[in-house]
Design a protein around this ligand. Structure first.
Ligand code: NDP
Length: 328
């Protein structure tokens, strides 16, 4: 029997357990996909630990790539053997997953399936951050944290393609080297960030801050912005930001703060095709590097979560159902 990884209660990485499951059947408008790579994302750690409540038993995962092995009734746009990916799946921590054909992304030639499983969620996040949450212009200066992280490495590259100056932070020299290789102009540690940003910007502050760290960095983000700058708070790797006094936006210089999430930037087929199409083209043209920082057998999903939460990882972690060492 194929396996999936599920939780029966909230808790640490040990609650992620591999279990035998029947091979699912695609319903109307759905595709059955044999999974090649599952993207591991921070949100699954929030769901696993109970920060975002879920109903158990719960199979995590919204991102995956693979090959279509069966079509549900009424599917006309795909064929068995097509290579697909998604960020909008459910229960993708599995050897087989069922996807809505409407939300499946066709993986073009020139994009390997492991990259297609690693890129879409963090890539489309970086894409909406630079195009839609704040429309970056050539000449802008942006601050983004965790420059060697999954979103961070992609964000730096997309910001540079837009002609922005990029200031980033990392916690180790090895991560700093990766952020620089991705194109970051200035790589800082986390000490005294607002002051150092002022020095780098002639006292002005940055046009935009992309903050996925949350609790530990939010105040610094406000302090690093120029008058009328924009803070895009897109995550809480260090914990969620506590309730906030809106008067602070006035005091810091008429700032704008937004707290976006990916699904609201994939509203229809056109938006999905725009974002994924640009990203896949950049990869196929060799203009966007997708760093897979760790590969794990599906049954070792707990280990992948431990690594992600440990702050030791770089780039994207993926689970590979066909990898050696698989249980079941
Ligand atoms: P990363 O690969 O960036 O991993 C998190 C990084 O954050 C760490 O490697 C670390 O980098 C840094 N960090 C700083 N403080 C902490 C801490 N206390 N604990 C752990 N990490 C810390 O993860 P992702 O790229 O997967 O996600 C980045 C953020 O983006 C997350 O907050 C995630 O929730 C968010 N996200 C939001 C989306 C949205 O649409 N809103 C969609 C996708 C992701 P360093 O050591 O260099 O500081």
């Amino acid at each position: 029997m194929p396996i999936a990884v599920h939780t029966t209660r909230a808790g640490g990485p040990e609650v992620l357990t591999a279990v035998d499951v029947p091979r699912p059947a695609p319903g109307p408008g759905e595709l059955l996909v044999e999974v090649a790579a599952v993207g591991v994302n921070f949100i699954e750690t929030y769901q696993r630990s109970g920060v975002y409540p879920v109903e158990h038993p719960f199979v995590p995962g919204s991102e995956a790539s693979g090959t279509v092995v069966e079509l549900g009734p009424g599917v006309e746009d795909f064929a068995v053997g097509d290579r697909v990916a998604t960020t909008e799946g459910t229960g993708t921590y599995a050897e087989y997953t069922v996807l809505s054909a409407e939300k499946a992304l066709r993986v073009p030639d020139g994009v390997p399936l492991d990259v297609a499983g690693a890129l879409p969620l963090q890539g489309m996040t970086a894409h909406y951050l630079v195009n839609s949450s704040y429309a970056v212009q050539a000449g802008d200066t942006a601050l983004c944290y965790a420059g060697a992280g999954g979103v961070g490495l992609l964000l730096i590259q997309l910001l540079k393609l837009k002609g922005a100056t990029v200031i980033t932070t990392t916690s180790t020299p090895g991560k700093a080297a990766l952020a620089r290789a991705a194109g970051a102009d200035h790589v800082l540690d986390y000490d005294d960030v607002p002051h150092r940003v002022r020095e780098l910007t002639g006292g002005r502050g940055v046009d935009v801050v992309y903050d996925g760290i949350g609790k530990d960095t939010f105040e610094h983000s406000l302090d690093a912005l120029r008058i009328r700058g924009t803070l895009v708070l897109f995550g809480g790797a260090s914990g969620q930001v506590p309730p906030f006094d809106l008067q602070q936006l006035n005091a810091h210089g008429s700032l704008t703060v937004t707290r976006p999430k990916l699904n609201d930037f994939l509203l229809d087929a056109e938006e999905r095709a725009w974002r994924s199409g640009e990203l896949f083209s950049l990869v196929a043209e060799g203009r966007l590097d997708v760093r897979i920082g760790g590969r794990f057998p599906l049954a070792d999903a707990g280990l992948a979560h431990t690594e992600l939460e440990s702050r030791r990882t770089t780039g994207k972690l993926v689970l590979e159902p066909s990898a050696a060492g698989q249980d079941g």
